[in-house]
Design a binder for this molecule. Sequence first.
Ligand code: AMP
Ligand code: MG
Length: 334
Amino acid sequence: METIILKIDPLGEIDIKIPVEIIKKGGLVAFPTETVYGLGASVFNAHAVSNIYKVKGRASDNPLIVHVSDFNSVSDIAILPEKFEKVVKKLTPGPITFVLKKKEGIPDVVTAGLNTVGVRIPAHPVARKLCELAGPIAAPSANLSGKPSPTNASAVIEDLNGKIDCIIDSGDTPFGLESTIIDLSGCTPVVLRPGPITIEELREIFGEIDIPDFVKNANHVENPKAPGMKYKHYAPEKPLYMFYRHEREKILKLVEKENGVIICPEEHRKLYPKERVIILGKLENPYSIAQNLFKVLRLFDKTGFQVGFIEAFEESGILFSVMNRLKKAAKLWR
Ligand code: AMP
Ligand code: MG
């Protein structure tokens, strides 16, 4: 299949007729959001949604997120408890997904058979316009399963060119990390995935929240509350190891021996041999680290280095979310 690649400037006039028609006819479109690029199909077209799983090689028990254009459209898809209306309004549009009891009519393939559904109102103007004109869109990240999520169109092209109908190219995504997911289907909100909206912010907004062990430790668990959490994620093809500050001396010796490269923030550049460093962003602006993470993991695969060694971060704020992804992408050097 020939994939149409369409450049759309998110700050200009957004002409989105072609992708809207493709979605309405049951095709697949990769589109930018403020988190990462999504691979979308019409929610109500079960066949189109099943094609998302097929082209990504995604396990069928890993549900998708439904994207809608505005607050009022949430109730077409899900039941939002009255007590959460105010906070959801406050947090949207934005990089956060709410797990809610689903309404009838949402095909099982979207939710992997669950009676809940993840709903998000993206803030990215291209994503919003697409949902506004094409209706609710089911979309996971637009990468092959297991690979780092795509934060620009070239990453999507790398994984999906020739397999889907259209890729919208709107440049780099602002956050570069998948949405925060919070389950509001029970009494107490449960964080299922940390993301751009941080744990600290969620605590302030919701008061009491549950943070399950699989979020704190990011281990692979057999029966996680969030389906899909048991799968390996985000990993580059080459071996990647994460190390802590006290292991620096040891890693410095290994990096030459193993033809390795160090992935670290700008502030630590001088601690390592300069020809063996890839810069991830600045600690001074931790959001830059989140924004570059997946891009750098993909870049590392294209270098001549055999092994990657990535510095661990202190687990607070957005860097807690970064560490959640890193623990899945990298092993500890032992
Ligand atoms: P992706 O956008 O590729 O990260 O995939 C969407 C993620 O949303 C999945 O991995 C699930 O963990 C999560 N998700 C979607 N719907 C639900 C749901 N009903 N309950 C729990 N998690 C969900
Ligand atoms: Mg994904």
